[in-house]
Design a binder for this molecule. Structure first.
Ligand SMILES: Nc1nc2c(ncn2[C@@H]2O[C@H](COP(=O)(O)OP(=O)(O)OP(=O)(O)O)[C@@H](O)[C@H]2O)c(=O)[nH]1
Length: 590
């Protein structure tokens, strides 16, 4: 049968060989043959891209028009731009951050109670994950889970909820490690910071010292010529809280936060749980539009019709506008904090979106998503995916932190800016991994190690952690990766970790550590490193590995063993011995 051969065809963006054959009126095997000549190995049901299809069709003098097919998700996101006239001011969304015990929770509690009008209006305070207060007739939304960890965990899921960060610093304690972390987390998210210098009711409060310390971290307060707003407050007595809230409104005004309330709602899940009586309950924050009871919504892979909505005072409400937190009842299952939710009018689209998300989640479970890693940095630079190379630098001493950060940032080129989003002294922690995941950063560790939980988090979040003992190596690696030369011929593989439970001196053999293998295994021929409080104290070879009196080749998780390290005796209780080997790694094909 000779098919009619058209002069012009219209194809979908991704077309299979079979579909193309049908459209062109050319037998499939001829197309496959021609594709092979063009260097493309394709089977009958394989999709080929539009460019290849065009080249192929041109061989038979057929011209091609390509139509783009949208996924349901794209159709959902693809909605009309808002016009300025429809936009109204929306309340700012505020997160409270700061060091442990500096008063984050106390501040959130007192702010909640400053809202006299609302308290008088009745309703029992409900903890739904966020609440609103009214100041000078304007509303402010506070997220109820304080801390930069929660903030960055949401960001790592792609949710950008917070407009302003309040950094709480206790006036009697000053800037502490987590204060610095919070500053860096807020900066990485480009969220403006307002400092609340707390506990000024205390006799030993020294607010000026706090201001001085803040300048060391790039926050210079206004009265000293800088741009940082700092308000001395007391969460305990309520002093100056009104002033703090006024500042929040001021910063919000500068940000010009607006949203169109007259459209279908779209926003973020900030908390979700399974309630015994009520089923899945999600607290959502509307970003734009208005959510109504009866709306069909999707949130992550769950969906449903909004059966009821409850506000932060436990009152049932029928509508929720921009920045208004509400509990939503009626979802099919419990979404994740950080999932986006959207109202979908069109039932068919609604079903498609859910199906696509389920498929995507399954796929993601199987396949790793493309986070930046040194191994494929060059490829990502070329593809234009990476413009800033974000790094987190952790080292054993401040001097090294500064040396590495300085040297790495100097590697910036016209194409790629090397930017250190966070640095610090001490072990690599889970919060570092979260920040790396949220900011697409690589973690560079110098003489420090991640603990087990951190390594697991890094694996789950696909964060690349690079550990070095020589500064030069770190710089060379990043430099090589930026120019596409990185050839990891050998990659370190950790075999396992053991904890020192006791030590004893053995004549001639030196100090022997009685250990318990926490995970993996310790092998006689492996290299080992000794870690104390997350810091690498020593690296070397094993001198002996024994199970009871016998020499052992390897000792597995859950067993005890005696370990001696070559030319090293400073073993102490609670030290961690990490065994590792070097493995040949083939270079990834780009
Ligand atoms: N004197 C005084 N004490 C305060 C003030 N604010 C908080 N505190 C006290 O400081 C302690 C810690 O306050 P929290 O609000 O629990 O601090 P936090 O930052 O939320 O602490 P974590 O949740 O553990 O990180 C509590 O004993 C509070 O009573 C204040 O303004 N003045």
């Amino acid at each position: 049968m000779i098919a009619e051969r058209p002069k012009h065809i219209v194809i979908d963006e991704n077309v299979t060989v079979a579909e193309l054959s049908q459209a062109m009126g050319i037998p499939v095997n001829e197309l496959i043959k021609k594709l092979m000549h063009l260097g493309v190995m394709a089977t009958i049901n394989q999709e080929i891209d539009a460019d290849t299809a065009m080249v192929l069709a041109a061989e038979w003098d057929i011209s091609v028009d390509v139509t783009k097919s949208f996924t349901a998700e794209e159709l959902l996101a693809e909605d009309a731009e808002d016009i300025e006239e429809d936009m109204i001011i929306r309340p700012p969304v505020v997160t409270v951050m700061g060091h442990v015990d500096h008063g984050k929770t106390s501040l959130l509690d007192s702010i909640r109670h400053t809202d006299v009008i609302a308290s008088e209006a009745g309703g029992i305070t409900q903890h739904i994950g966020a609440y609103q207060v009214e100041v000078q007739g304007k509303k402010i939304t506070f997220l109820d889970t304080p801390g930069h960890e929660a903030f960055t965990a949401m960001r790592a899921r792609g949710a950008k909820v917070t407009d302003i960060a309040i950094l709480v610093v206790a006036a009697d304690d000053g800037v502490m490690p987590q204060t610095i972390e919070a500053i860096n987390h807020a900066k990485a998210a480009e969220v403006p910071i307002i400092v609340a210098i707390n506990k000024i009711d205390k006799p030993d409060a020294t607010p000026d010292r706090v201001k001085q310390e803040l300048t060391e971290h790039g926050l210079v307060v206004e009265e000293w010529g800088g741009e940082t707003i700092a308000v001395p407050v007391s969460a305990k007595t309520g002093q100056n809280l009104d002033q703090l809230l006024e500042m929040v409104l001021l910063v919000a005004e500068v940000q010009d936060l607006k949203a169109n309330p007259n459209r279908t709602a779209h926003g973020t899940v900030i908390e979700a749980k399974l309630d015994k009586g009520r089923g899945p309950v999600a607290t959502v924050l509307v970003a734009r539009g208005t959510l109504n009871v009866g709306d069909a919504i999707t949130a992550g892979t769950s969906s449903g019709k909004v059966r009821a909505m409850i506000d932060d005072r436990g009152r049932r409400v029928k509508k929720a506008g921009p920045s208004m937190p509400v509990e939503v009842l009626g979802l099919s299952d419990v979404p994740h904090a950080g999932d986006t939710f959207a109202v979908v009018d069109d039932e068919k689209l609604f079903k498609q979106v859910i199906a696509e998300r389920m498929a995507k989640r399954r796929e993601e479970d199987h396949r790793r998503t493309s986070k930046v890693s040194l191994d494929d940095l060059f490829k990502q630079i070329q593809e234009g995916q990476v413009k800033d190379l974000n790094l987190i630098v952790k080292a054993d001493v401040q001097g090294s932190v500064e040396a590495i950060r300085g040297a790495l940032e100097k590697l910036s080129t016209d194409e790629v800016r090397v930017k250190c989003v966070h640095d610090g002294v001490g072990a690599i922690k889970e919060t570092d991994v979260m920040l790396a995941a949220a900011s697409n950063a690589i973690i560079i560790g110098f003489n420090v190690r991640p603990d087990t939980n951190t390594r697991k988090a890094a694996e789950a979040q696909q964060v690349d952690i690079r550990l070095y003992r020589v500064i030069y190596d770190a710089i060379e690696d990043v430099k090589a990766a930026m120019s596409g030369l990185l050839e990891p011929e050998q990659r370190e593989v950790v075999l396992g970790r053991a904890e020192v439970r006791a030590t004893f001196k053995v004549p001639k053999a030196g100090t022997i550590a009685g250990c318990y293998v926490l995970e993996g295994k310790i092998a006689r021929n492996a290299e080992v490193r000794l870690i104390r409080d997350g810091i690498v104290i020593h690296e070397g070879k094993l001198d002996s590995l024994k199970r009871f009196k016998d020499d052992a080749k390897e000792v597995n998780e859950g067993y005890e063993c005696g370990v001696g390290i070559e030319k090293f005796n400073d073993l102490r209780e609670n030290d961690i011995i990490e065994a590792f080997i070097f493995e040949e790694v083939k270079r990834k094909i780009q």
